[in-house]
Design a protein around this ligand. Structure first.
Ligand SMILES: Nc1ncnc2c1ncn2[C@@H]1O[C@H](COP(=O)(O)OP(=O)(O)OP(=O)(O)O)[C@@H](O)[C@H]1O
Length: 356
């Protein structure tokens, strides 16, 4: 049995949302897809703010909605937290007042201190919302959503109204939530960077249909999924910082099957990182190159080859140990190299970056 079951069918004019998802009990599930694909509608249905013609929503064994049984809990009886794009805090209350709001009705009695520490807002309790930066406001909004001890946290583009600097500031806090909270989080986003950095599980929506739902790394490396406009396909590797070359400002990370040099961003040795390698930054050779400007060369096996949008392009899935990579090359090159599943090749990684 899955910890979070979401089955929905809802028609709205030409738009039809049709989802049947079994999602993990903890961690961040990113709901990703183009504008208008139904991401917000899906979240609103889970929250009971929108009524689907057919719905079955089960959280940790408890049915919140089951249209076949005539069951539908109203929103206020669903133990969930909801975080919106704009932090909707009460201006007339300070942070402490905002956090206290709703706790009584939810019978939430656990102390707030661990939550304040988790989001780094212990020092902000007596400030009013207008005395907070955008990033602090959003951290308080997340804390308020969690203060009622929900069984599910919904986040609808929580970083979309923040500038790049504020987004970078808040991402580490979201990573801590992902690693420490024991409830599922559904996280709607437009941003491939946020997906790569935060998600454990990825749901890809297209025109109301679920095109993919699966663990992040495997799903990002699929060659059969539609391109999301404005997003370059690419894979994510879980790695650890193992060495640095201060002379050239580089650091080396180890993933399960090899090593990569990346621009040094100062993280300490031993630190766990996610590395994003875009498909356009990988080229493929049949033999290890002897003299090349490319420092990162990995032995791989071709797993799949598929058309990639434009007829001149091919997308190649490569297995490197247990990890998967994606390469975008020309269809002509794929033909000349006779790339087919099982072929041993060398992936030259032109550039890889930490997800920041
Ligand atoms: N209140 C509404 N009344 C009628 N149609 C709506 C309403 N809200 C959304 N829609 C339509 O429902 C579909 C799904 O919208 P939804 O907001 O869920 O998409 P989304 O993936 O969250 O988009 P975005 O990323 O732009 O926020 C779209 O076709 C949209 O035009």
């Amino acid at each position: 049995m899955s910890a979070l079951e979401v089955r929905l069918r809802l028609a709205r004019g030409d738009f039809m949302l049709d989802a049947d998802l079994a999602l993990p009990a903890t961690g961040i599930t990113a709901i990703f897809g183009p504008s208008g694909s139904g991401k917000t509608t899906l979240l609103r249905c889970v929250a009971g703010l929108e009524q689907a013609a057919e719905a079955r929503i089960v959280v940790d064994g408890e049915a919140w909605e089951d249209s076949a049984q005539g069951l539908r809990l109203p929103t206020h009886r669903r133990p969930l937290g909801y975080v919106f794009q704009e932090a909707s805090l009460f201006d007339h209350l300070d942070v402490a007042g905002n956090l206290a709001f709703g706790r009584k009705r939810a019978h939430a009695s656990e102390p707030l201190e661990p939550l304040l520490r988790l989001l780094g807002i212990e020092g902000l309790l007596h400030r009013r919302p207008h005395e907070l930066s955008g990033g602090e406001r959003q951290r308080v909004a997340i804390a308020r959503a969690l203060a009622t001890q929900p069984r599910l946290l919904l986040l609808d583009e929580p970083l979309a109204s923040l500038d790049l600097a504020r987004r970078r500031e808040i991402l580490p806090w979201l990573e801590r939530l992902r690693d420490e909270l024991r409830i599922p989080m559904l996280y709607v986003t437009h941003s491939g960077d946020e997906v790569a950095r935060l998600a454990d599980h990825l749901v890809l929506l297209e025109a109301g249909q679920v095109r993919a739902s699966g663990p992040l790394a495997q799903t990002l490396a699929r060659v059969d999924l539609p391109a999301v406009p404005g997003e370059e396909p690419g894979a994510v590797l879980e790695a650890t910082v193992v060495e640095r070359d201060t002379h050239w400002s580089l650091m080396q990370v180890r993933f399960d099957a090899g090593l990569l040099w990346l621009p040094d961003n100062g993280l300490p040795l031993g630190h766990a990182v996610r590395v994003r390698v875009l498909a356009r930054d990988i080229s493929i050779a049949l033999a290890p190159p002897e003299q090349s400007s490319i420092q990162n060369v990995l032995p791989c096996t071709v797993r799949a080859v598929a058309a990639a949008g434009h007829p001149s392009q091919a997308l190649v899935q490569l297995a490197c140990g247990e990890s998967l990579l994606l390469a975008r090359i020309t269809a002509r090159a794929a033909d000349i190299l006779q790339l087919a599943p099982g072929r041993a090749v060398w992936a030259q990684v032109k550039s890889a970056a930490l997800v920041t």
